[in-house]
Design a protein around this ligand. Structure first.
Ligand SMILES: Cc1ncc(COP(=O)(O)O)c(C=O)c1O
Length: 476
């Protein structure tokens, strides 16, 4: 019993960024403290109980369930605190040292810290931390490198790409000529020979690597070789894997890509938002670099300047400096050695889940995973992605339905289910817990109408959720 509590506690210390001594005191104090639901909501609860109630409900849902949506995570309380500050009151259009409003001396320090930490974390030459989300970050990157009508070569949505990688219902599919590539039919991995063949034939302006539902490693070096060969810019959207790259447990795109975009809220475990990292110089148009004589005559821009002006004034107005402060806090956390351990554990947990699913006869696209996510193919279980998502929801396990390569059903009710381990890993779950989670899920997916099995699953989920609280000092 003692060992179990001690182990659980140590794990919590390891993965939730708690300082041991503070955590220990807080744990003792918790026994005597009155119940607090959401920290710092005393004003909101009095003034707007309707909203406060729903926030409390949502926190309770997060605490009492198991979040397995691959793109979600649980930020630290320090990140939460930075977001809820009067920095939201400030207008600061422009960039540090070049603002269009007065009173930005402290905001400049914060945004510079965020930029410096981002560059340090990823070894990047330049960082723009202002994009409000991953989609506008991609839009700004495209604006910097392409004109409307140019060819963008990116992973097809049906094979794991994101909406902003060329969906016809998205700005990307409307503004650019999309050249899709996909995964091989036999092993569901990106076929680099086919990527090269398409690139040589189509000569795109930009080749984009990165995905939203691809469970395998991406060979950025090979992509870059192809981009160089055909004279294309090389862009990486590492939204899903940024935390794994920061933890050095995934191949690093930074040395190769001209531009890298990422959200900050997925594996990177920061606030909802995004950033763009890039090379200073424009590799394909060196005459555009202001250091060249020709450019200095025409005031042309290098890549870093093109990215900055694509974000502001090209696309956005005032940056969200409270979120930028929270990004800086999250980058600071990711720079700590514990974050490397967190990244390693995310993958170990995903691999354990894959092993359990294999034992249970649940099929996976590509047969397993190398990163934080798994794409289940439910065809042989006779349950659709939508039904699976709904029945798992009913036992407190949150996932999202997803198409599988060469999908035969509709995207609204596809054959697949995407799941991931970043949030559960933050809570402190380790391999042995993931085996339990995998067995619960397999049982539910195979018996979606068996009330006994569903009830047992609910109990098991509750036990795990209680064992690993999302914010240990909160009473929810
Ligand atoms: C690969 C990828 N890029 C971009 C985005 C867009 O991010 P956001 O939802 O913040 O606009 C996502 C979101 O899921 C993504 O998976």
């Amino acid at each position: 019993m003692y060992c179990k509590i001690a182990r659980q506690y140590i794990v919590k210390v390891k993965y939730t960024n708690k300082i041991f001594v503070i955590g220990w005191h807080k744990n003792i104090l918790r026994c005597f403290a009155p119940a607090v639901t959401v920290q710092g909501m005393k004003n909101l609860s009095g003034q707007d109980p309707q909203i406060a109630e729903q926030i409390n409900n949502e926190v309770r849902r997060q605490q009492n369930g198991l979040e397995m949506i691959a793109s979600e995570n649980i930020v630290s309380e320090a990140v939460l605190e930075a977001m809820g500050t009067p920095l939201t009151n400030k207008y600061s259009e422009g960039y540090p040292g070049k603002r269009y409003y007065g009173g930005n001396e402290f905001i400049d320090v914060i945004e510079n810290l965020a930029r410096e930490r981002a560059c340090k974390l990823f070894g990047a030459e330049h960082a723009n931390v202002q994009p409000h989300a991953g989609s506008p970050a991609n839009m700004a990157a495209y604006f910097a490198m392409m004109e409307p009508g140019d060819k963008l070569m990116a992973m097809s949505l049906a094979h794991g790409g994101h909406l902003t990688h060329g969906s016809p219902v998205n700005f990307s599919g409307k503004l650019y000529k999309i050249i899709p590539y996909g995964v091989r039919e036999d092993n569901h991995m990106i076929d680099m020979d086919e990527v090269r063949e398409i690139a040589l034939r189509e000569k795109p302006r930009v080749i984009l690597a990165g995905a939203t539902a691809y469970p395998r490693l991406i060979d950025f070096e090979k992509f870059f070789e192809i981009a160089k060969e055909v004279g294309a810019y090389f862009m990486v959207d590492m939204a899903h894997i940024a935390g794994l790259v920061a933890a050095k447990v995934h191949p690093d795109p930074i040395p190769y890509a001209d531009v890298v975009t990422t959200t900050t809220h997925k594996t990177l475990r920061g606030p909802r938002g995004a950033m763009i990292l890039c090379k200073k110089e424009d590799r394909l148009h060196p005459d555009d670099n202001p250091t060249s004589y020709k450019a200095s005559q025409g005031k042309r821009k290098n890549m870093a300047q093109k990215i900055d002006s694509a974000v502001f004034p090209g696309l956005q107005g005032g940056p969200l400096e409270h979120i930028i402060a929270a990004k800086a806090v999250a980058f600071g956390e990711a720079l700590k050695p514990e974050f490397a351990e967190y990244g390693r554990q995310i993958i170990a947990n995903a691999k354990q889940l894959a092993k359990t699913f294999k034992e249970e006869g649940v099929e996976m696209v590509s047969g397993g995973t190398d990163n934080h996510l798994l794409l289940l193919d439910l065809t042989n279980l006779g349950i659709s992605g939508k039904e699976a998502e709904t029945v798992l929801d009913s036992v407190g396990i949150y996932t999202n339905r997803n198409t599988v390569p060469n999908e035969t059903r509709s995207p609204f009710d596809p054959s697949g289910l995407r799941i991931g381990t970043p949030a559960l890993t933050t809570r402190g779950l380790i391999e042995e817990d993931m085996a339990v989670v995998g067995r619960i899920m397999a049982g539910v997916l195979k018996n979606p109408k068996n009330e006994n099995i569903l009830e047992n699953a609910r109990k098991a989920v509750k036990e795990l959720a209680e064992k690993y609280p999302i914010y240990p000092d909160w009473s929810v």
